[in-house]
Design a protein around this ligand. Structure first.
Ligand SMILES: Cc1cc2nc3c(=O)[nH]c(=O)nc-3n(C[C@H](O)[C@H](O)[C@H](O)COP(=O)(O)O)c2cc1C
Length: 189
């Protein structure tokens, strides 16, 4: 899929068909996520791929979001911030969150490219998720990502409106919402 199409087509799916996704597609998506920019090029993320129905059901409970139980697969995104904190101090903790976000977004886009739908889940009880997945206490669970083929007959049809481009840009300095006339206008190819 062309990048622009994947960016526009990606959306949060909360209704899945029961059919399983090909684990090799999940490998491809994780491989794409691993190409993301990383502070010091240190990849601090591990992905746990879960396909056991009971485990997915338990995770749905820990997130208090029952629809997650319908997903045929789920990817838990886990971070070990130790190296980043040791090398970059307090900023290392921030970098850890930032690059986890970059990796999740790349993962979601590649899944879209492979015609697999997903949803970024950030609301869950960390300790219960750790217990279920046997994750050590020093590892952060950054996101749970249910994945599968969207059940279009059950999915909510309307897409969330995104902020208008002009409402998201300042020029030169904060609060300057008009493009200065000094800005160069190269001819577009
Ligand atoms: C950090 C983060 C946490 C989120 N947590 C949840 C969640 O717990 N449950 C859920 O249904 N959606 C969750 N979402 C998905 C957002 O609700 C969704 O991205 C937003 O409504 C925009 O819709 P879209 O993804 O279709 O563009 C989360 C998204 C982000 C970035």
């Amino acid at each position: 899929m062309e990048l622009n199409k994947a960016i526009k087509a990606r959306h949060s799916t909360r209704a899945f068909k029961s059919s399983q996704v090909d684990w090799r597609d999940l490998m491809d998506a994780i491989d794409a996520a691993n190409q993301s920019p990383l502070a010091g090029n240190h990849n601090h993320i591990k992905f746990i791929i879960i396909q056991h129905k009971d485990t997915i059901r338990q995770l749905a409970k820990h997130a208090n979001q029952s629809w997650i139980a319908q997903a045929p697969s789920l990817i838990a995104v886990c971070a070990d911030d130790k190296f980043l904190e040791e090398h970059y101090g307090e900023r290392g903790r921030i970098y850890g969150k930032q690059q986890a976000g970059a990796m999740v977004q790349t993962l979601l886009l590649k899944l879209t490219d492979l015609n697999i739908q997903s949803c970024w889940i950030g609301a869950f009880t960390d300790e219960l998720v750790r217990q279920t997945l046997k994750i050590p206490s020093h590892i952060q669970v950054e996101a749970l990502i249910p994945v599968g083929k969207e059940n279009k007959s059950k999915a909510t049809p309307q897409r969330r409106k995104k902020k208008l481009l002009e409402k998201t840009i300042f020029w030169d300095t904060w609060d300057m919402d008009r493009k200065p006339t000094t800005f160069e206008e190269p001819t577009r190819q």
